[in-house]
Design a binder for this molecule. Structure first.
Ligand SMILES: NC(=O)c1ccc[n+]([C@@H]2O[C@H](COP(=O)([O-])OP(=O)(O)OC[C@H]3O[C@@H](n4cnc5c(N)ncnc54)[C@H](OP(=O)(O)O)[C@@H]3O)[C@@H](O)[C@H]2O)c1
Length: 324
């Protein structure tokens, strides 16, 4: 029997149930994977609380790394004992062992531990598509990155600096501001109780930034639009403070003929070649030391409710992992 987390209805952290199950042999196209480390991601807060719909009852968790302990029929390219990781689901990563479509797994290079993979895969492939595809960052571009001490941003910021960008970060406390600076931000603004857009204008000689990477949502959306240059790109990729309320598209015209996109990882890694391109780009920057795992909290899987409470309560920085 192995431990996994089950959710029957959405709600507070108390809906996360620990259950013992037995994992059957893998079916066609599947691997059975024994997890060594599981990624903790903000999307799981939305999925647990009801901001996003999920199939119920079911599992939770989208990212983990571990060892293949059985290979189903019709699977090529994987063998028992392989070290693999996956990000983006299917839900059920909050578990000691699970079945996984082989199409979702990538083999880990020797230099990437399971903990590092669980800390980096989902957040790092997100950073990759945001910087390389959603808005291809070139030397000299100026970026505004919210929650710059957080998980995704702790990967995105050093990668953006490597690409030659100037990075303005925001952070929720002076301690987080220090971490954001250490990650590579050129400037960090405390945005909890003060408006950041006038400061961004001042730092850019009135011009505004080329792109905003906004994962905070409701609380920052308007300030982010006000921070952009004419025809700048608003990338709204998360809603940690709540969903952005509806608005009239004319607002984008009034604020400078702005572009707006609301991307999600699955639409950039949905095919095998896309997944491999994202994973390989990430493994390359890890191998070069440009991106490093910033694992600041480790929780036993049994303490998943505490882990989620601390992430949702803005108490974490960098990546957190759950350990089976
Ligand atoms: N679209 C995609 O493909 C994709 C993929 C991965 C992640 N994401 C999004 O990226 C964001 C970051 O994910 P993560 O797992 O790395 O989390 P994280 O950034 O480590 O944690 C979220 C951070 O958001 C900030 N925040 C601002 N207002 C908040 C509020 N009212 N409640 C809670 N947090 C608030 C906090 O930092 P401060 O205290 O510094 O403000 C908090 O630490 C999330 O919005 C997530 O949904 C999107």
């Amino acid at each position: 029997m192995t431990l996994s987390v089950r959710i029957e209805q959405q709600g507070g952290p108390e809906v996360l149930q620990l259950v013992e199950t037995s994992v059957p042999p893998p079916g066609p196209g599947q691997l059975r994977v024994r997890h060594e480390a599981i990624g903790l991601n903000f999307i799981e807060i939305y999925q647990r609380s009801g901001v996003y719909k999920i199939p119920l009852p079911g599992g939770l968790g989208a990212e983990a790394a571990g060892i293949v302990d059985a290979v189903g029929p019709e699977v090529g390219g994987f063998a028992v004992g392989d070290r693999i990781a996956y990000a983006g689901g299917p839900l059920g990563a909050y578990s000691e062992e699970r079945l996984l479509p082989a199409a979702n797994a990538v083999k880990l290079p020797a230099g990437v531990s399971s903990e590092a993979a669980a800390a980096l895969m989902l957040k790092g492939m997100t950073a990759w598509y945001l910087l390389h595809q959603t808005f291809p960052v070139r030397p000299g571009h100026t970026l505004l990155v919210h929650a710059a001490a957080g998980g995704v941003a702790s990967i995105l910021v050093p990668w953006a600096k490597h690409l030659g960008a100037i990075v303005i970060g925001t952070a929720g406390s002076p301690e987080k501001a220090e971490l954001a600076k250490a990650a590579g931000c050129d400037h960090v603004l405390l945005y909890r109780d003060r408006e950041f857009a006038p400061e961004v204008r001042r730092l850019t000689d009135g011009a505004g930034v080329d792109v905003v990477y906004d994962s905070v949502g409701k609380d920052t959306f308007n300030g982010s639009l006000d921070s952009l240059r004419r025809r700048g790109m608003m990338v709204s990729f998360g809603n940690a403070s709540g969903k952005v309320p509806p608005f009239e598209p004319i607002l984008l015209s009034e604020k400078g003929s702005l572009f707006l996109t609301r991307p999600t990882l699955a639409h950039y890694t949905g095919t095998r070649p896309e997944l491999e391109a994202a994973a390989n780009a990430l493994f390359e920057v890890i191998a070069k030391g440009i991106v490093q795992p910033q694992i600041r909290r480790r929780y036993p899987l049994r303490e998943v409710a505490r882990a989620q409470t601390e992430l949702a309560g803005r108490h974490t920085t960098g990546s957190s992992v759950l350990l089976p």
